[in-house]
Design a protein around this ligand. Structure first.
Ligand SMILES: *Cc1c(COP(=O)(O)O)cnc(C)c1O
Length: 393
């Protein structure tokens, strides 16, 4: 499908689906074939060397996976895209493709837990210099980038306090020193934010979250220029972190309703954030859609919607969380996010369990903080559920 010709809701349904592979099927089938057979040896050779389009072996590409790749390519307005077994596979393949001994990365302190582990525990062994700046301190980032760097890695909004990074501003600083800009767009989704249009070179997703949307398949996706995506693809096809046809189908199926789900989640999260903000038992609410949120103005300028993720602190200690969370009826207390059902958990015992109380405080994470991933349920029911829970504390 041509880039930017249709609206997101149309792209989500049709991208990658306009050329069915099997008979007259109206949906792209799951092609569970490891290899693809050619009686014409010349054709086999031409496909192998890339002279002709086609499939050879599913670790490289596969028809179902290619259809999913086309979906994210169009939704992110990119030249090319490639898929991975998980979101972390997309992140580690991208970083290991471009980082070699002597290279320097500038990123933020609030990246996804797995990403920050790569930066802090793994890359130092490869003599890669990593500088993690305070998330949202744009002056510090610009100063660090200007010192010279090869890759700038961003995430916005971040987990769990939804801090916002100005992608356009940081990409501009990165261009001056020739650094590649990579953005993890998992929280925003391509419905709410397109980092490539703001100057990023590569955008990646944990497709496990909003893109799949049903908590039943894992995957990762990367989109950007042909040249950069091709480099990461080549590393991925060799190291083997490839996506299988079954989860690719599940994710593509989920993505057909992405715009519907995210629109609902944007709307519901805004209402819930406003409700919590006004509640006497809630001491703080973090949601980029609130005018009082520290990143609101930047979020407004780079996002079309503020997303379905929010967090809030109960007015008291962790003991309140222990009473409140299990009393909620319409929520899975689980580590993931971006699903049709509402998911929640305390960062203190989930995403940030390995940090000390002081380290969490340094990141601005109160002990009584609750991360809340709004599902597609009726917002009236979710509000009632929260109201009932808050009455119990
Ligand atoms: C979950 C998540 C990841 C990792 O994705 P997996 O599919 O679990 O490997 C990366 N970034 C963000 C922002 C996430 O929420």
């Amino acid at each position: 499908m041509e880039n930017k010709k249709y609206n997101k809701a149309t792209e989500a349904v049709w991208a990658g689906e306009d050329n069915p592979y099997f008979k007259e099927a109206v949906t792209t089938p799951i092609v569970n074939s490891v290899a693809f057979a050619y009686n014409d040896l010349d054709k086999w050779y031409d496909i192998s060397v890339g002279k002709e389009d086609g499939f050879i072996y599913s670790r490289n590409t596969n028809p179902t996976v290619a259809s999913l790749e086309e979906k994210i390519r169009v939704l992110e307005g990119a030249e090319a895209a490639t898929a991975f077994a998980t979101g972390m596979a997309a992140i580690s393949n991208t970083l290991f493709t471009f980082l070699k001994p002597g290279k320097r990365v500038v990123s933020v302190k609030d990246t996804y837990g797995g990403t920050s582990k790569l930066f802090l525990d793994f890359f130092p062994d490869y003599q890669v210099d990593i500088k993690l700046c305070e998330t949202g301190d744009h002056e510090e980032m610009e100063m660090e980038i200007a010192k010279g760097c090869d890759l700038v890695y961003l995430e916005t909004p971040t987990n769990p306090t939804l801090k916002i990074v100005d992608i356009k501003r940081i990409a501009l600083a990165a261009k001056k020193v020739g650094a590649i800009v990579v953005v993890d767009n998992t929280f925003a989704t391509p419905i709410n934010q397109n980092p490539l249009s703001l100057g990023a070179d590569l955008v990646l997703h944990s497709a496990t979250k909003y893109l799949c949307g049903h908590s039943d398949a894992m995957g990762g996706l990367l989109a950007g220029s042909k040249e950069l995506v091709q480099k990461v693809f080549h590393f991925r096809e060799i190291n083997g972190a490839s996506l299988q046809a079954d989860p690719a189908y599940m994710i593509a199926r989920g993505m057909k309703t992405l715009e519907l789900r995210v629109s609902r989640q944007n709307e519901s999260a805004m209402k819930i954030a406003r409700y919590l903000k006004a509640h006497s038992k809630v001491s703080d609410v973090f949601y980029p859609g609130l005018e009082t949120h520290i990143g609101h103005d930047i979020a407004k300028s780079q996002m079309r919607g503020f997303g379905g993720m929010l967090s809030f602190a109960l007015d008291g200690g962790y003991d309140l969380v222990e009473k409140f969370l299990p009393s909620l009826k319409l929520v899975h207390l689980a580590a993931s996010l971006g699903s049709v059902s509402t998911l929640a958990g305390p960062p203190r015992t989930t995403s940030h369990v390995e940090l000390t109380e002081a380290q969490r405080a340094h990141l601005g994470i109160p002990e009584s903080l609750i991360r809340y991933s709004v599902g597609i349920e009726s917002v009236d029911d979710l509000l009632q559920d929260l109201e009932d829970g808050l009455k119990k504390i």
